[in-house]
Design a protein around this ligand. Structure first.
Ligand code: UDP
Length: 343
């Protein structure tokens, strides 16, 4: 069996590491195609190097987030390779373009069935569009599968767990062993807050200014590896805190897993915080990872400075918390589901 996997964004490279290994182990040939939606070295190449991902067979280097610009070159590769499956991850424009470029080849969607119920988010529109056209819907949990049932999507849903949990299971111990990020940044375990912001809504200058004013008033050291688009907007906003550039996965994992608190608008990081046992404050009005909220480990604080500070002051990790989003072996189940669902 041959699958053609389309990636283009940081979280997709991270997920491609455990899944690529599981596909190889299951005897599935993978053609990896990188659209180049994320192209900065620190958002792309560094992940391939440190997570041991085989270099993409096709690197389109498109340097755009416009799905319309991605579809034609991707479709040409699909037509040439004639894979059994086109595999796409998550909710980005690369995901949408990959699914559209598949044409008559069946699509398998990883992270299917997630919903924030906020249609102003491009990610939400992307998820819905890709779920509707996928043949195989690989869900992180029962809630996602139930959502797809309620929407009546035509594809076959299989609950496999979350591939990000696989990455955490495989790489978090390695990160603690190899990374000296705490020493480099002069930090003590449990003694600092990690911040990441990159959602479209949060790089609106007024909204980012409100969040920045909360960050300035936050107690204790703050480490903010800023996404390039956030760093760009921050140059126009007065703030006293410092930022650093985005980190590789191993440094970031060592940093996030030993933080006192995480403040973020990232989807992936809300789950990682949960798995690491670090309380999370989410700088959004909604989330697709609602069970982290129900467990009391994550709080939605939006962009209001007082709400952010109050949530940060109160954030704790519940002592007994349920296992969420799988056991770190989603990749093996995905390989099995590809065989079992092969048309
Ligand atoms: N991450 C990283 N370096 C950083 C910030 C985040 O490696 O400087 C990782 C993080 O651990 C998580 C992933 O990037 O696994 C999340 O990606 P992002 O927030 O860009 O996307 P989202 O999850 O919101 O789709």
């Amino acid at each position: 069996m041959r699958v053609l996997t389309v990636v283009g964004n940081r979280p997709q490279f991270i997920k491609a590491a455990p899944l690529g290994a599981a596909l190889r182990a299951a005897g599935i040939e993978e053609v990896l195609v990188h659209t180049g939606q994320h192209y900065d070295r620190e958002l792309s190449d560094v992940f391939f190097e440190e997570l041991g991902i085989a270099p993409p067979q096709e690197s389109l280097g498109l340097r755009t987030a416009d799905p319309a610009a991605m579809v034609e070159p991707l479709a040409a590769i699909v037509a040439r390779e004639q894979p059994d499956w086109v595999l796409v991850y998550g909710d980005t424009n690369t995901t949408v373009a990959g699914a559209e470029a598949a044409g008559s080849i069946p699509v398998a969607h990883i992270e299917a069935g997630l919903r924030s119920f906020d249609l102003t988010m491009p990610e939400e529109r992307n998820r819905i569009a890709v779920d509707r056209t996928s043949t195989l819907l690989l869900c992180p949990d029962e809630r996602a599968a139930e959502q797809l049932r309620s929407e009546g999507v035509p594809g076959r849903s299989v609950v496999v767990g979350d591939v990000m949990a696989d990455a955490t299971r495989l790489f978090a111990p390695l990160a603690r062993e190899r990374s000296d990020v705490l020493t480099r940044l002069g930090l003590q375990p449990g003694g600092y807050t990690v911040v990441t912001i990159h959602r479209e809504a949060n790089v609106d200058p007024d909204r980012l200014a409100r969040i920045a004013s909360a960050l300035d008033r936050l107690e204790g050291p703050l480490v903010f590896p800023a996404h390039p688009r956030t760093a760009g907007v921050l140059t126009t906003i007065p703030h006293a805190f410092e930022t650093i550039g985005p980190l590789g996965y191993l440094d970031f994992s060592a940093l996030a897993s030993q933080a006192r608190l995480i403040l973020t608008d990232s989807g992936g990081l809300q789950k990682e915080a949960y798995w690491y046992g670090v309380p999370c404050v989410t700088l959004r009005e909604n989330t697709e990872w609602v069970d982290t909220i129900a467990a009391g480990a994550n709080v939605l604080a939006g962009s209001d400075p007082d709400a952010i500070l109050a949530a940060a002051a109160r954030a704790t990790m519940p002592k007994d918390r349920p296992v969420l989003y799988g056991d770190g072996h989603a990749s093996e189940r995905i390989a099995a589901a590809l065989y079992a669902s092969s048309p």
